[in-house]
Write a protein that binds this ligand. Structure first.
Ligand code: MRU
Length: 364
């Protein structure tokens, strides 16, 4: 996607040919700052601190993190140690494990002397594949938006999204936002309701920034406003991303997604989830029982970062000193509340049968 006319990906290999560049997402939207990652520790720190975030992007970052470790020591032991170290960075998004498995499965059978080169080639392929997958998600999701536009030709299509599932969360295009970008580019009149997404405000800080850079009309709303808007027919569909979707279509995504799905169900608003197949955890069925939900530092609830009038970034406390806070980062929306999964191979129902029809190789 473009920022002020220049095409960017969210991660890239630097001119030195081995370290990678990222956009420090903790500084957006106030400052556009890039950072260089050159060790497995730096990659892990970038994932933990959410300089990079979003399920596909943390997978891609971990893949390069493994390459950095192999540059220092390409033995089996070092590979397995780096795998475990990077996997521990964040627990919920399955793409982290998927990308590390792809790397390890391909590299372990090779002689150590070939692992660095093969590792970089695999990490680059993970990134390129993610771009192609997200583009296809966009193509399939675009049809849903075009259908909604045909139903109401006299007004805009209003789409509600939660958190950031745009190009910043992937390598390019995004998942939930890819169909929206394509609809906008195709001349469909779209407007996006952007949930601010407390506590880290990925909606207000990242989604609104991305949409604004692309010229897509949008409005930031408080996380609790979606139900009200749906009751007044001001939402035509919800499209969200996911960090892990189970084999029967339960969807784990940023905390608050479940409440939006409940409100959508109560108001007859279609609730779509856009996902690359790399986000499907085929080993589990029941998302509520099986998906580990990350609990982050309470300070993310009680303190907020913003820009002061003189342009400096500043942290302020928003709770009484010492108030305890619980910071659950994700929730699970049961498949019965999901109208459809938008994947790179097409749109399907959130059910084992429909998912296996699209991905028959997983049924073996
Ligand atoms: O904690 P984050 O910002 O890494 O969480 C990411 C999300 O939950 C995104 O909204 C998303 O839907 C999954 S990534 C495309």
């Amino acid at each position: 996607m473009k920022i002020d006319g220049k095409a960017w990906r969210s991660i890239w290999v630097q001119p030195d040919g081995w370290s990678v560049g990222i956009i420090d997402q903790t500084k957006l939207p106030h400052a556009f700052i890039t950072a260089r990652l050159a060790s497995a520790s730096e990659a892990s720190h970038a994932i933990k601190s959410m300089m990079v975030r979003g399920a596909p992007l943390i997978g891609a970052t971990a893949a390069y993190g493994l390459c950095f470790a192999l540059r220092e020591d390409a033995s089996d032991n070092a590979l397995n140690r780096a795998y475990a170290f990077l996997l521990a960075a964040r627990p919920t998004a399955i793409n982290l494990r998927w990308a590390l498995d792809e790397m390890r499965n391909l590299l372990l059978p090779l002689p150590p002397a070939q692992r660095v080169e093969a590792g970089y080639a695999t990490a680059a392929k993970i990134c390129d594949d993610d771009v192609a997958i997200c583009e296809n998600i966009g193509v399939h999701g675009l049809r849903l938006i075009e259908d909604a536009a045909r139903d109401n030709p006299e007004r805009e299509v209003n789409i509600l999204t939660h958190c950031n599932a745009g190009w910043l969360a992937t390598v390019d295009w995004g998942t939930a936002l890819a169909p929206i970008y394509m609809a906008h580019d195709a001349g469909v009149n779209v407007h996006v309701w952007v949930d601010e997404t407390r506590p880290r405000n990925q909606g207000a800080a990242l989604t609104a920034w991305e949409l604004g850079k692309h010229g897509v009309p949008h409005t930031i709303i408080a996380d609790n406003a979606g139900g009200h808007l749906m009751q007044h027919a001001r939402v035509d569909m919800c499209i969200v991303g996911t960090d892990r979707t189970t084999a029967r279509g339960d969807v784990c995504n940023k905390i608050g997604t479940y409440l939006k799905a409940l409100a959508a169900h109560d108001n007859g608003v279609p609730f779509y989830v856009a996902l690359p197949s790399t986000t499907i955890d085929w080993t589990i069925e029941d998302g509520i029982a099986s998906i580990p939900i990350e609990e982050r530092a309470p300070e993310e609830m009680t303190r907020i970062t913003g820009r002061t009038a003189n342009g400096d970034l500043c942290d302020v406390d928003i709770a009484a000193p010492g108030s305890p806070a619980g910071n659950y980062a994700f929730d699970v929306t049961p498949a019965r509340l999901v109208s459809g999964l938008i994947t790179e191979r097409g749109v399907c129902a959130a059910s084992s049968t429909a998912m296996l029809e699209l991905f028959p190789e997983r049924g073996k």
